[in-house]
Design a protein around this ligand. Structure first.
Ligand code: FAD
Length: 453
């Protein structure tokens, strides 16, 4: 089956080297960082595509989807495979559509909008944008590897979100072209509010092939770390910086001890037993920030300029979901949750969680702006895993005390915390993929339509 399918795909793209069937290659291209979750690990380890293909342009994507649709073959898109929940893992085999070769930056407009293909790496975009006086509004800590298309289809926000909100907010994503899996696949332009039909839908209802992504004017940034005796001190100080419009910042992060002890390559910035604060702050404000941190009882342990993705050390490598990676390296029993604490009730929520779970939950805060413009304590707490029941208990308890949880231990959109309650992603799937061939199994509320062959 694989050989026949590979031969047919080779004919479509007229290049056998862009069609892959070697088992090790297929296994790699069929997986992401799903293994972060002890629940997903056994569920997804053996899932694999039958063949992978790397299109070079939208015409090839259209031709490949026409072929696959006509034969009822599932198609699962892959950007760079840095997703966390097995988003790009093909549950029903079929074709893995690897878009890594569609990586052109077409232009940066005078208004600061990047126009690009989906496979463009965010790090490459950040580097070129800064050369032209712009920079990414927000990016995941996987900046260097992750693709623009994968970020829009699978991510939510990251470094920069404390100023610019998430991907869904403030017109950060201006528009994109989407290839559909209809009887006759076509390219559909989604602009303005219509982007929300496809954003963060994991490639289940269309394939992004051309993207208009808003940038921000470039800022000279300084990375600073400060150690505080207590979590409360560190949280209070960082919150005051995060919520104040007077500080120009890209990151405002708090790591409760012992999380900093996991950061072995930068152990010189860590102080034994202390909570670590990490910020990216406008260089023009760096002196004032250091003085302010010291007044609040912190010891500044590092200060150095950010020079783009190649900066050494690149301290964002310890933030967002990289923190979990360092924790798992230190002790594989660690996993994580994705939370949003209440800006008014967070201290009480921390107290309740600590009382109930003790050191099973370690606080890792990432301040971010929500869609209403309010800066909130987002969090990716590090959690010591024992059983699935205990993890589910923690999720349910968080929700019962008003802590939002996007569950990273499920492999479908609906419980991942970012499924649209207005169902516009589901309606787009019914319209653009009525046969349910795009990344099947990931949008579980979808039902194949009567008569869709
Ligand atoms: C260490 C680590 C840190 C992370 N930090 C963050 C973070 O700070 N913020 C954050 O939001 N995420 C974070 N993530 C998750 C992930 O890195 C981001 O979501 C990233 O942007 C995914 O990009 P990718 O190119 O690797 O996408 P992939 O993993 O390849 O794909 C993600 C999803 O999008 C779909 N997809 C890919 N390309 C397209 C396309 N062109 N059209 C339609 N669907 C498509 C795939 O099918 C899949 O469902 C992190 C993950 C890791 C492992």
């Amino acid at each position: 089956m694989n050989d026949g399918l590979a031969a047919a795909l080779s004919e479509i793209v007229r290049d056998r080297t862009r069609v892959m069937t070697a088992p090790a290659v297929l296994d790699r291209l069929s997986h992401d960082f799903y293994w972060y979750s002890p629940i997903l690990r056994p569920q997804l380890a053996d899932k694999c595509g039958d063949v992978a293909v790397q299109p070079l342009n939208v015409d090839e994507v259209l031709a490949l989807l026409r072929f696959a649709g006509g034969r009822g073959i599932p198609v699962t898109v892959r950007g760079a495979g840095t997703g966390n929940y097995g988003q790009c893992v093909p549950l029903e085999g079929g074709i893995v559509l690897d878009l890594s070769l569609m990586d052109k930056l077409e232009a940066i407009t005078p208004e600061g909008v990047a126009v690009c293909q989906p496979g463009l790496r965010l790090g490459a975009l950040e580097t070129e944008a800064r050369r032209q006086g712009w920079e990414l509004r927000m990016y995941p800590s996987t900046l260097v590897k992750a693709s623009v298309g994968g970020f829009l289809a699978g991510g939510s926000g990251g470094i920069g979100s404390v100023m610019y909100g998430g991907l869904r907010d403030f017109d950060n994503v201006r528009a994109f072209e989407v290839v559909t899996m209809e009887q006759e696949p076509r390219v559909v332009l989604h602009e303005g509010p219509a982007v929300h039909e496809i954003l963060h839908a994991w490639g289940t209802n269309g394939i992004l092939t051309r993207i208009w992504f808003a940038l921000a004017p470039a800022v000279e940034w300084t990375q600073i770390t400060a150690a505080f005796d207590t979590y409360a001190q560190a949280f209070d100080f960082t919150e005051s910086v995060a919520v104040s419009a007077d500080w120009t910042k890209r990151l405002a992060t708090v790591f409760e001890w012992p999380i900093p002890s996991f950061f072995t390559p930068v152990k010189n910035v860590v102080r034994d037993g202390k909570t670590l604060v990490l910020v990216m702050i406008a260089t023009a404000q760096a002196d004032a920030f250091r003085a302010s941190a010291e007044r609040a009882g912190g010891e500044v342990t590092f200060s150095g300029s950010y020079e783009g993705p190649r900066t050494q050390p690149l301290l964002s490598d310890y933030t967002w979901n990289h923190t979990t990676l360092w924790a798992m390296k230190a002790d594989p029993a660690y996993t994580y949750l994705q939370c949003g604490f209440s800006p008014m009730e967070s201290r009480e929520q921390f107290r309740l969680l600590r009382e109930r779970y003790r050191q099973e939950i370690l606080f890792h805060i990432e301040f971010m702006k929500n869609g209403d413009g309010v800066v909130i304590p987002g969090a990716i707490p590090v959690v010591r895993f024992t059983t699935e029941a205990r993890l589910n208990d923690m999720i349910a308890y968080c929700r019962s005390i008003g802590v939002f949880v996007a569950n990273p231990h499920v492999n479908y959109l609906e419980d991942g915390g970012r499924f649209r309650p207005d169902h516009i992603q589901l309606r787009a799937k019914q319209k653009y993929d009525p046969r349910g061939l795009l990344n099947p199994g990931k949008m579980i509320s979808f039902r194949k339509q009567e008569g869709a062959a």
